[in-house]
Design a protein around this ligand. Structure first.
Ligand code: ADP
Ligand code: MG
Length: 638
């Protein structure tokens, strides 16, 4: 070991400094690609071509048609802390570009053989090229052939840092990471055309959307799997200084892995604990905890409210008002998910109720049951109809059908539409009388129609105006029961249960203080805790529903949430979990025969309940097979 004490302090050589920085910025080939693509985007390009050889270890090349780099700045671009994007501190607080540290190119150059070729706009005559030798020396610019824009060619990555090279995985794994980076960019920037090749073979070829909404959705489907556009809910919510837009997959299409979670803050893809937590929490009600939501979401906020300079590879950001951001994301998504399949604004094709003329039952045989506590009849604001600058909703609305046609089953129509059509005065429905207007009375047919019978004891079949409805009886009951219990829980006074033997919990004084600050609001949920000295808390009363729970653990988790997120919904979640279990156990088990009355009662109740589109575990509760789909199945043209 070198004798640290006897060594003098020295300033490191530039090349070494760059290599040290490279340790943070360039962990693997995918990180190089990320930096190079970000530079191309910052240069205002419209096309990016990416060529990879051997997982990027042998060669990575990124070519763009951006603004280019003038000859006299080429060498500077490869120097440490040289950037055209930030000139003073004020700029750093309002960074609008993806890069700003001036570290990427010199870092990459220090661990590879790099050539930079560019033609700037002013340089209409010539393109120029610089490269960096193995010793870090720049070889001065020489003329080259290149259209307007920039190419960065990186060969033999980590050739001079064998330790790093050893950490690389197989060619395939490294390429997978690269592809993932490219996908993230492609999702966020549909207006940019992107080509990705590996070992000379095309892997991704994405045309620029040119602002065409259908092509934006097409790209979503290409990148995330067919049907994403169709199966997702468009989100667009704004608050002061914050806007959240994009798409979340319906809970019924949750995933076993968190592999489709894309969150961008001001266009920058981030992995952020606060954000993940807020999204998870919004889904907690409609998703089994072992499943993962899928989403592509963009948060926009003035750059002064977010610090992007907290991570060398810029994966993380820090919000000035993190709690506000957390709450905003949570509330926006929670509301959107409660609305269920709010597609009515988005499905112009069948937005006007179709009046059926054959084989529909006559007047309702069954009065809607009045049972159940559901009172959710006030229509919610339609997010889909929001006006706003850039609204993904509009895209969805315009192009949705294109993606629908592949699917045998149409997803449930929106709750809201259910509500709307159920409450619409008869005369108004189908104001333009259709030829079959003698069928008018049938327009009062409820959205989920009337029961025909039960299949296998598991499914309920019903005939609706526009097709056949199939209901998973157990799943539907479960959701109804759960929502009812929750409502009761929220409207009734919380039943508390004093503990015979209070539970005392030792925590750090800072934690005890934190808890104390929230003690009152927590007590309102039924958890009464006293602080008896600097570091001791005593649980005296608990919500009756949670009397079986491990209170010490609950308390510790609560405190952890509070210190991390400034709030906690753990108690509510635990209560919801108990209610969900109750609902599950009290709902109809498979194979019980229901009478037609009971079946129709269930249908009517479903029409009133929030989040009915899926059960507590995120499975769908019902699907519809429309007449068109039935016709298609039997090759019957209409
Ligand atoms: P940063 O992006 O943080 O500024 P980089 O080391 O990535 O730092 O790039 C240094 C500079 O080189 C950039 O500020 C930019 O001026 C220039 N540059 C890099 N890549 C490109 C490109 N593809 N097109 C135009 N200019 C580029
Ligand atoms: Mg950069």
């Amino acid at each position: 070991m070198p004798d640290i004490m006897s060594n003098p302090i020295r300033i490191l050589a530039d090349h070494l400094v760059n290599q040290i920085a490279a340790g943070e910025v360039v962990e693997r080939p995918a990180a190089v690609i990320k930096e190079l693509i970000e530079n191309s985007l910052d240069a205002g390009c419209g096309q990016i071509e990416i060529d990879i050889e051997q997982g990027g270890v042998k060669r990575l090349r990124v070519r763009d048609d951006g603004c280019g780099i003038p000859r006299e700045q080429l060498e500077l671009a490869l120097s440490r802390h040289a950037t055209s994007k930030v000139a003073e501190l004020a700029d750093l607080e309002a960074v609008a570009t993806l890069g700003f540290r001036g570290e990427a190119l010199p870092s990459i150059a220090s661990v590879s053989r790099l050539t930079l070729t560019s033609r700037a706009e002013e340089d209409a005559e010539n393109a120029w090229e610089v490269s960096v030798g193995a010793d870090g020396r720049l070889i001065s610019p020489r003329p080259a052939a290149h259209p307007r824009g920039t190419s960065v060619d990186v060969r033999d990555l980590f050739f001079n840092t064998p330790a790093r090279r050893k950490f690389l995985r197989t060619e395939k794994t490294e390429f997978d990471h690269i592809e993932q980076v490219v996908r993230r960019v492609a999702l966020a920037r549909p207006e940019i055309g992107i080509q990705l090749r590996h070992n000379g073979k095309g892997v991704l070829s994405l045309g620029a959307s040119g602002g065409d909404e259908a092509r934006v959705l097409e790209r979503l489907d290409r990148l995330l799997g067919k049907g994403f556009g169709e199966q997702s809910l468009a989100v667009d919510e704004s608050a002061v200084d914050l806007r959240l837009y994009g798409w979340v997959m319906r809970p019924a299409f949750s995933r076993s892995q968190p592999d489709q979670q894309f969150f961008y803050v001001n266009g920058r893809m981030v992995r952020d604990k606060l954000v993940t937590h807020a999204v998870r929490q919004a889904f907690s009600d409609v998703l089994h905890h072992a499943r993962h939501p899928a989403y592509v979401l963009f948060l926009q906020t003035p750059s002064r409210l977010v610090d992007v300079n907290v991570h060398p590879a810029k994966h993380e950001v820090r919000f000035r008002e993190s709690r506000q951001v957390h709450d905003f994301i949570y509330r926006a998504l929670h509301r959107r998910l409660s609305q269920g399949t709010l597609g009515s604004e988005e499905e112009p094709a069948d937005a006007s109720p179709r009046v059926e003329h054959s084989e529909t039952p006559g007047e309702p045989l069954f009065e809607p049951t009045s049972g159940g506590a559901s009172a959710v009849t006030t229509p919610r604001p339609r997010t889909g109809a929001r006006s706003g600058a850039f609204a993904p909703n509009d895209r969805v609305r315009d192009s949705r059908q294109n993606y629908q046609s592949d699917l045998a089953f149409q997803r449930p129509p929106p709750n809201e539409r259910i509500l709307a059509s159920a409450t619409e005065p008869r005369g108004e429905v189908g104001a333009e009388p259709e030829p079959e207007s003698e069928a008018a009375p049938r327009q009062s047919m409820p959205p989920l129609g009337f029961a025909l019978g039960q299949l296998n004891g598991v499914y309920l079949l019903a005939q609706a105006v526009d097709g056949l409805i199939l209901v998973d009886i157990h799943a539907a009951h479960e959701r109804i029961g759960y929502e009812r219990l929750k409502r009761a829980w929220k409207t009734d006074d919380v039943v508390r249960q004093p503990l015979l033997v209070p539970v005392s919990v030792q925590v750090a004084p800072r934690e005890a203080e934190l808890f104390e600050a929230h003690a009152e609001s927590i007590a309102r949920l039924g958890l009464v805790v006293d602080r008896i000295d600097a570091g001791s808390l005593v649980v005296r009363e608990v919500p009756a529903l949670l009397r079986q729970a491990d209170m010490e653990r609950m308390l510790r988790d609560l405190i952890a949430d509070l210190s991390e997120h400034g709030r906690s919904t753990r108690l509510e979640e635990a209560i919801d979990a108990v209610l969900a279990t109750l609902a599950c156990h009290t709902s109809v088990r498979a194979n019980r025969r229901l009478t037609l009355d009971e079946m129709n009662g269930l249908l009517r109740e479903m029409e009133r309940v929030e989040r009915i589109d899926q059960c507590n575990h995120g499975r769908p509760t019902w699907v519809k097979l429309t007449h068109e789909e039935l016709d298609r199945l039997f090759l019957r043209g209409r």
